[in-house]
Design a protein. Structure first.
Length: 378
């Protein structure tokens, strides 16, 4: 904060000095006259626009982070107001950008291509101020217009979309967690039926179900690596916990999916399909556990929920949202890249054993059927 104050004070002093020097040289400071070519006037506008742009960039970055930090129902209007403030600051950045383009064009004498500068800047500044004022005052007049319910729906929709990449990664490893088959991201984004609260709750439940079903494939080494890399990246608290959970969970999903793909490929090469192929795939995925984790599944009691949350939909969504956001972390990508390759011979032996067992069961069933047919009276 102190550095920013000194930066502002220094900018104001420099602008005052440039304005004084420009007056002695009879420089024009009216930007839209197209005659701002003397160096004191050019530097004056660059300092002004640079300082304003920096302030707006910080506003967009900080306010948007706070606006996206909570989807609780009692804070919907507050988050909506912060969102309007963010958009108002973003429009202000467009205002700054237009001035910079106009300043550059005035040095080349090509300002005619930029339209009516007065109309454009008045429109941008008016829109920015209107959005900022609306954002500051939304909590006071929003309830009178019935915006609470609409903003709650928007918050649920955003949370549902934020969980989609994590949910899809788990679904690809364990398709049985989904009540409905996965759809493309655009179709998932455009599906609005069923009630957004219900859909968000179902997505949280399916992610938790995926955590439980992937527990045997959770590698303690992946968790230790993620924790070490996270601490090197200066992470702590829930941020570190979310990164470790995302890395461990996605590593388990990647491990199970690779094992299932290998088992399916081996089964098809052996000419197996149907229920027998499912048995082969299951055997390959089971074989991946001792082959890579030493039979030491990471974390807690069977069926226990990993990490915070679980008390209600808001706390569950808040925690899983942090895990979904952490999946984009460089720490998670590093853990996934370091995951040890599967031991293909062990998987192949398990798949072959499962195929042989299925064939024996099928032969026994056929023999039993023939025996029963022979025992029937003519």
């Amino acid at each position: 904060m102190r550095r920013q104050v000194w930066l502002l004070v220094g900018t104001l002093i420099a602008m005052a000095a440039l304005f004084t020097v420009g007056q002695t040289q009879q420089a024009t400071f009216d930007l839209f006259s197209g005659d701002v070519t003397v160096w004191p006037a050019v530097l004056f506008w660059l300092l002004y626009l640079g300082n304003l742009g920096l302030a707006l960039v910080n506003a967009v970055r900080l306010i948007w982070r706070w606006a996206a930090s909570s989807d609780r129902a009692d804070r919907d209007l507050l988050c909506g107001g912060l969102g309007l403030l963010t958009f108002g600051a973003a429009v202000g950045l467009v205002y700054v950008g237009y001035h910079l383009v106009f300043l550059a064009a005035s040095q080349r004498g090509q300002v005619q291509r930029l339209g009516d500068p007065q109309l454009i800047t008045q429109g941008l500044s008016g829109a920015s101020v209107a959005l900022i004022v609306a954002g500051f005052t939304l909590p006071s007049w929003g309830p009178r217009l019935g915006l609470v319910r609409w903003l709650r729906w928007v918050g649920r929709y955003r949370a549902h979309r934020r969980l989609y990449p994590l949910w899809r990664s788990l679904w690809r490893a364990v398709p049985s967690i989904a009540l409905e088959p996965s759809s493309a991201w655009w179709r998932d984004a455009l599906t609005l039926r069923g009630g957004m609260t219900y859909r968000l709750q179902r997505r949280c439940v399916e992610i938790r179900d995926g955590q439980v079903k992937l527990r045997p494939w959770r590698d303690p080494r992946a968790a230790n690596t993620a924790q070490e890399l996270g601490r090197r990246a200066a992470l702590d608290g829930e941020a570190l916990e979310a990164v470790v959970e995302a890395a461990t969970l996605l590593a388990a999903a990647q491990l199970r999916r690779r094992a299932a793909n290998i088992g399916e490929k081996l089964g098809r090469q052996a000419g197996i399909d149907g229920q027998a192929l499912e048995e082969v795939v299951a055997a390959a995925t089971r074989a991946a556990v001792p082959a890579n984790t030493g039979g030491q599944p990471a974390g807690g009691e069977p069926g226990a929920a990993a990490g915070p949350g679980g008390g209600d939909l808001d706390s569950e969504n808040a925690w899983l949202g942090k895990v979904a956001t952490a999946r984009r972390s460089r720490v998670v990508h590093t853990v996934l890249a370091r995951q040890r390759p599967l031991r293909r011979p062990l998987l192949q032996r398990s798949a072959e054993q499962a195929a042989a067992a299925v064939e024996r069961l099928a032969a026994a069933a056929v023999a039993d059927g023939d025996r029963q047919a022979a025992e029937r009276p003519p």
